[in-house]
Structures are given as structure tokens and as C-alpha cells.
Design a protein around this ligand. Sequence first.
Ligand SMILES: Nc1nc2c(ncn2[C@@H]2O[C@H](COP(=O)(O)OP(=O)(O)OP(=O)(O)O)[C@@H](O)[C@H]2O)c(=O)[nH]1
Ligand SMILES: Nc1nc2c(ncn2[C@@H]2O[C@H](COP(=O)(O)OP(=O)(O)OP(=O)(O)O)[C@@H](O)[C@H]2O)c(=O)[nH]1
Ligand SMILES: [Mg+2]
Ligand SMILES: [Mg+2]
Lengths: 279, 290
Amino acid sequence: LTGPGEATDELFEELEEVLIASDVSARVAAAIVERLRAAAREGRVRTAEGVRETLRNQLAEMLSRHKAPLAASPPAPPLLYLVVGVNGTGKTTTIAKLGARFQREGRKVLLAAGDTFRAAAIEQLQVWAQRLGAEFVAHQSGGDPAAVVFDSIGAARARGCDVVIADTAGRLHTKRNLMEELGKIVRVAQRELGRPADETLLVVDATTGQNALAQARQFHEAVGLTGVVVTKLDGTAKGGTVITIAEEVGLPIKLIGVGEGMEDLEDFDPAAFAAALVP
Amino acid sequence: ALTSKLQAVLRGLRGKGRLSEADVSSACREIRLALLEADVNFKVVREFVNRIREQAVGKEVMESLSPGQQVVKIVRDELVELLGGAAAGLELEGATPVVLVVGLQGGGKTTTVGKLARLLKRDGKRPLVVATDLQRAAAVEQLRQVAGQAGVPVFEGSADDPVAIVQAAVSHAASEGLSPVIVDTAGRTHVDEELMGELVVMKQKTAPAEVLLVLDAMTGQDAVNVAREFDRAVGITGVVLTKLDGDARGGAALSVRAVTGKPIKLVGMGEKLDALEVFHPDRMASRILG
Ligand SMILES: Nc1nc2c(ncn2[C@@H]2O[C@H](COP(=O)(O)OP(=O)(O)OP(=O)(O)O)[C@@H](O)[C@H]2O)c(=O)[nH]1
Ligand SMILES: Nc1nc2c(ncn2[C@@H]2O[C@H](COP(=O)(O)OP(=O)(O)OP(=O)(O)O)[C@@H](O)[C@H]2O)c(=O)[nH]1
Ligand SMILES: [Mg+2]
Ligand SMILES: [Mg+2]
């Protein structure tokens, strides 16, 4: 006999659906809920609210396990952030938001137009640079993106910039030649900087389903990521794939995008994220 | 793949009697996992699996196909039927038909407008593309360049209201003998009341022949919410599924179809303007099943 506040079978099924509906993979959702069922069987948690609270803590713990702050103090200037990811996820906009954040901290920012492929990609970043009053480096459309990043590091040193944020073209991880091009950009940047980029951030769209895991795995394998940014969390998608990414690829989730304006960037907060997933 | 998982689960049944409820239940577990992994919405999966269960229980186990293959065939046939039998074309009747291209941020609308214009031009039409995204940085410039690549004219209004721009574009098209009028709109989330309201007004004032929802093939569980809300607000006439040149399984296609009943008309298969194809339900079914 169970009362309304008790941990019933329906509750565990409901919570598994909540996770799946948030794009946590079916496999990871089942494993998480199985641990909750075990905790209930062993009497470690007894009420429905207790189960929900345990789940939230479990999710927050999984997301905090690989937590790492954004690189902020390079051994020598400039700080270099590379921003990568598949098409349309919000890379260019995230770069503008990061630029605004650094400027609020009193740093001198340089934006590098490393997307030399897509129509009006350079113009798009240039508009943002103008809005921010930030330094801007670009070559001709169709030019070599590695050369743009190379030049941007030199320009930052010459102009006394504290941070360079380099944009790259959106690319599907399944396109081998494009992933090799990205590898070259990363190597050229490292050689010129004298150390790996201080951050190589993968931008993932919160509306993306299970493919986000393949994106994280393959971009990480190709160029070595230091963190993940999840964008478009101001929609209804919950971005649960980051739980799978944290669990299976071990990458820190560093930032979230919550809108299209330059202020709409927040630090990733595991507890808040877990609470939004399991109200 | 699903076939081998089902073979394992239904081993030892070949040529023996009928598929029992127990056999079908274990098969349904595998089918559910495969569809969820493919990003089909969990509620759509539940209804789909129940339909499969009804069709499969009591089915005579054949000699020619293994039980696993038999169940996969039931699933595949059901998927193909749900994804929409015959290819649905674009309805471009009337003097100056308007095609509104709408959807979430970053789904591929501007690129798709260019692809569509190029395709229609090859079909002998004289399309006009219209820039109404006044919000995104360099959005108009992007459409300008895309139109140039497609070899079609682009209309950039002087008004600061997207609806007024479309109305002006339609008069311009009518007087210049340009048709159809393909409207690129700003990306918006389905829960943004103001922007969804703007789309409702645009539909009312321009009476479009087509309202195409551009949806990224890698969209996950949220696809049902997006499709339902856009359809409820403006009534979509079809879907363009983009970025199908990646390895996303594309279960969003089934979700959208189940929730709106609207056809998937075209698929985006790359970044270049020639990468737009007709939707093939059978290929999509194979892809979703993995
Ligand atoms: N609602 C919302 N929209 C966003 C967010 N981040 C970016 N966008 C929008 O998503 C669309 C795509 O953003 P971009 O910055 O151009 O994306 P991208 O990854 O650089 O795209 P490509 O360079 O073409 O691969 C734009 O309309 C942005 O305004 C976010 O956090 N929330
Ligand atoms: N690989 C691939 N990329 C695509 C496809 N369609 C569009 N893209 C890319 O996706 C990104 C976003 O495309 P856009 O056309 O700017 O998307 P949008 O919906 O207009 O974006 P907003 O106006 O910001 O909402 C760009 O990098 C495009 O090149 C496709 O079918 N395949
Ligand atoms: Mg970009
Ligand atoms: Mg656009």
C-alpha cells in the first residue's frame, strides 16, 4: 500500500520519461532511474519528493564531475579562445557574447573572422565587432582560415589585446576534409601562440538530440576540446544531451546561451540546470 | 542494427508457428530503444510501438524470412507509410504565389531560400527572394549573397516592418512578372509570443501558397513542440528537413509528421545551393532504423 507522497513505480517511469523528453539518452536515463529504484528499495530514500531531490543531486553531481572554469589568465597574452561546432549552433553569436563579457571585465578584445566560407560570415562577425568596439581581423572570403587565426594572434600582440576569440565555419563532424581543416587551424594557432589555445569550445544547440554526443566525441577526438557551450536554452529544449556528453566524453560544460543578445550568456550552473530538468 | 538485435531476441523461432505476445514484447523493447536513439519523440514512439505490437502478434512465422527480418519489415513498412507515401510537391498556383520560410534560429532557412530559388529558376520560373530578417547581424547581406549565387533578384524593403516589406515585395513581383515570392524570415523560438504573433500577421496579410517549416534533422525530442506550435500559430503546409548530409538519424521527421500530419517536402543535403532534394520516405525510414 502506498500513499500519494510515496515512491511508486509510476514515479520512476515518469522520471525516466522526463529525462528522455529532455534528450538524455534512453540508456543513460534507464541507468540513472535504476540507481534511484535501488536507493528506494534499500530504504535510502522513501518519499516522492525525496526521489526527485536525489535525482537532481545525482544529475548535478554528474555535471559537476568534470567542472572546470573558463581559462582566464594565460602565461603570456593574448588569451586565445577557439570556437567550433556544427552548422547553425550559435558559434558566431556566442563569440560576440564572450567578447562583451571580456570587455565588461576591462579586457581588450580581438575577434578573428575564421569563417571564410559561409555567405556573409565575415560581415556578421564584423557587425558584432563594431557593436562592441572590439578589434577585428579578417581576410578575403574564401581565404585560408588558419592564416586568419595566425594573423589575429600577431595583431593582438601588436595592438596590445588581452584576448583573441576566433570564429570558425560550421562543419558537420562527418565531413573528413572539414575536420582536417579544423585540425590545421588548431595546429597553426598552437604553433604561433606557443601553447595550445587556452579554450577550444564546442558550441552545441540545446535543441539537438542524440547527435550531440557524436559531435562532442568526434570534435574532441579531432581537435581536443576544453569545454562545451549549450545555446538556445531560452526555447523549450532542455539540453539533456550535456548529461550524456559529461558522462561519456568527460567534457566540462562551461557556458549556456539564453538568447540572441550580447548579454545572453551565463556560466553553466549544474544545480540550476538539474532543477530545470526535474522540477 | 535493429535487424540483428531483433534476430537475437527472436532466435529459434524460424518456421515455427506464430509470433507470441512475449516474442513481440521483447521485439518491441528493441524497437523502442532504436527509435528513441534516432530522436523520435517518446510519445510518438509509444503509439508507434503499440501499432507494431497489434500487427505483429499472431503473425505466422514465415519460412523465407527470419522472425527478426519479418518484424523489421513490419516496422519499416509502417514507418514508410507514416512518413508519407507519395512525394508532395510545392503548390505554386495563382498570380504571384508567396512562399513563407519559417523556423527556429539556425535551422537553415536563408540557405534553403537560396536553394529553393535556384531550383525553381531551373524549372523555368522567375523567383524573387525577400529579406525580412532585420534582426540578425548581416542577415540581409547573407541573403543578398545567396540570391546572387542563385542568380535571382532579392527584394530589400525600406520599411522596418517585415510584413510591410513582404507586401511591397509582392506588388513589385506582380509588376515585374516575378514569381514565386520566397520570403526569408528571422529565426524565432515557438515560445516567443511577439515573434510568433508577427508571423501570424504576415500570414494573414500575405495569404501564402506555402508556409514551409525549416527543421534541422538533428533536432531531438523538442521537435514535436516546435512543429505543433508553428503549425498551430500559422498553419504550415510542409517541412524542409535540413543538414541530412550529417549522421543524425532524423527521427524528428517522424515526430513532426505524427504531430502535424503535414508532409516533408524537401531535404537539405549540404551547404551548397544545389543541395536540395525531394524527400524519400523509404530512405528516411532506413535511416531512422539505423
Ligand atoms: N534563441 C537563441 N538564439 C540563439 C542563441 N545563440 C545563437 N542564436 C541564434 O542562432 C542563429 C545562429 O547563430 P550563429 O551565431 O550565426 O550560429 P553559427 O554557429 O555561427 O552558424 P554557422 O556559422 O552558420 O555555422 C542566429 O539567429 C542567432 O541569433 C541562443 O542562445 N538563443
Ligand atoms: N551541412 C549542411 N549545412 C546546412 C544545410 N542547410 C543549411 N546549412 C548551414 O547551416 C547554417 C545555418 O544556415 P542559415 O541558412 O544561416 O540558417 P537560418 O535558419 O537562416 O538561421 P537564422 O536566420 O539565424 O535563424 C549555415 O552554416 C548553413 O550553411 C544543409 O542542408 N547541410
Ligand atoms: Mg558562424
Ligand atoms: Mg537566416
